[in-house]
Ligand binder design. Structure first.
Ligand SMILES: Cc1cc2nc3c(=O)[nH]c(=O)nc-3n(C[C@H](O)[C@H](O)[C@H](O)COP(=O)(O)O)c2cc1C
Ligand SMILES: Nc1ncnc2c1ncn2[C@@H]1O[C@H](COP(=O)(O)OP(=O)(O)O)[C@@H](O)[C@H]1O
Length: 300
């Protein structure tokens, strides 16, 4: 997959299938667009381009709050997901006022046609231009609009997934994403208490602007040095020790070694319980033993 910046000069000579959207999380609803794109691309023997934005378009329209920068995936994971979904050209455009204020006709001429598309694929609620129209087929390209993808609770949406993640409903979030929600961080030093508990934990500092699961204890898998290990993790304030800072910590089962400075990816699988403020360390250890049984038993 090639990653490109959309600018005045961009022009594809080959014909393409163009997919349009922001795609936070690339969830099952989004994946339906790419499934269609792959189908059409195979029939027409064309490559797939996606035009997307580095940040959410809402930044251009609404009063800023730092939450608006939070995403379901890191930029790296998002690029990986586009590649897994069959995208050949990932093209980024800053969603500026000028871009937003184009009419749909201008959008078609200044943006869509630069991709030389045979077919353009969007979601049912994707509108273009200041006139907020659905994109329409022209002499140059055919537009396919993918209908709403839903489950028994309604539309599959990034909003629903964000809510599930932030409420700790990880299994639900994963079901809507079609993959395990993940967080990548750098292993840094904590208070060196974990080893006393019998469960050394890699404390993660997270540099990406992403939604974190709710405070609690989770079953997880950990990607580390190209291998996948089962573990359990805690997100919270270490209440038993009167902690004041929120930490993300993970213990990897059947592993020992110094891993400071390493990058780990935690795949959140299921919530085990809420955080508890225990009377003493022994109670915490007893509970963690029970948590370990649950986490080890969890089957994907
Ligand atoms: C699976 C798991 C469950 C945990 N549950 C709790 C808990 O219920 N209450 C609590 O205060 N701390 C809990 N912790 C956090 C421990 O307090 C923390 O890992 C320990 O203080 C080590 O901190 P350190 O890495 O800074 O040394 C849990 C940690 C893990 C890995
Ligand atoms: N099974 C394991 N899972 C996670 N980290 C481990 C494991 N075994 C050893 N470690 C190492 O121990 C460190 C955690 O020890 P801990 O006592 O919790 O101290 P601190 O929280 O100060 O780092 C990790 O950062 C890692 O380098």
């Amino acid at each position: 997959m090639e990653i490109l910046e959309f600018n005045e000069e961009i022009k594809f000579d080959e014909e393409l299938i163009l997919v349009l959207g922001y795609f936070d999380g690339l969830h099952l609803g989004h994946q339906a667009l790419f499934a269609e794109a792959r189908k059409v691309a195979a029939v027409l023997n064309l490559k797939i381009a996606v035009l997307t934005f580095p940040e959410k378009p809402t930044l251009t329209f609404e009063k800023f709050s730092p939450d608006m920068l939070l995403k379901l995936t890191s930029d790296q994971k998002r690029a990986d997901l586009f590649a897994e979904n069959g995208v050949d050209y990932l093209v980024f455009k800053d969603f500026t006022s000028d871009f937003a204020h184009q009419t749909s006709e201008e959008f078609s001429k200044n943006v869509v046609l630069k991709f030389n598309p045979k077919v353009v694929i969007t979601g049912f609620d994707y509108t273009t231009g200041s006139d907020m129209q659905n994109l329409k087929s022209t002499e140059d390209y055919r537009v396919i609009i993918i209908p709403e993808q839903a489950d028994d609770q309604g539309k599959i949406s990034s909003t629903r997934i964000r809510k599930a993640v932030e409420e700790g409903e990880i299994a639900q979030a994963n079901a809507l994403l079609g993959y395990a929600y993940e967080t990548t961080g750098l292993v840094v030093h904590g208070f060196a208490r974990g080893r006393q508990l019998g469960y050394p934990t890699a404390n993660l500092v997270i540099k990406d602007f992403i939604h974190l699961p709710a405070v609690g204890v989770y079953t997880c898998d950990v990607l580390f040095h190209g291998e996948r290990h089962r573990g359990f993790a805690s997100i919270g304030y270490n209440d038993t020790f009167n902690g004041t800072e929120k930490t993300v910590e993970v213990h990897i089962f059947d592993f020992s070694g110094e891993i400071y400075g390493e990058k780990l990816t935690v795949l959140w699988l299921d919530k085990i319980r809420d955080m508890i403020k225990f009377e003493n360390m022994e109670q915490l250890i007893a509970q963690m033993k029970e948590d370990e049984r649950i986490a080890r038993r969890y089957r994907l």
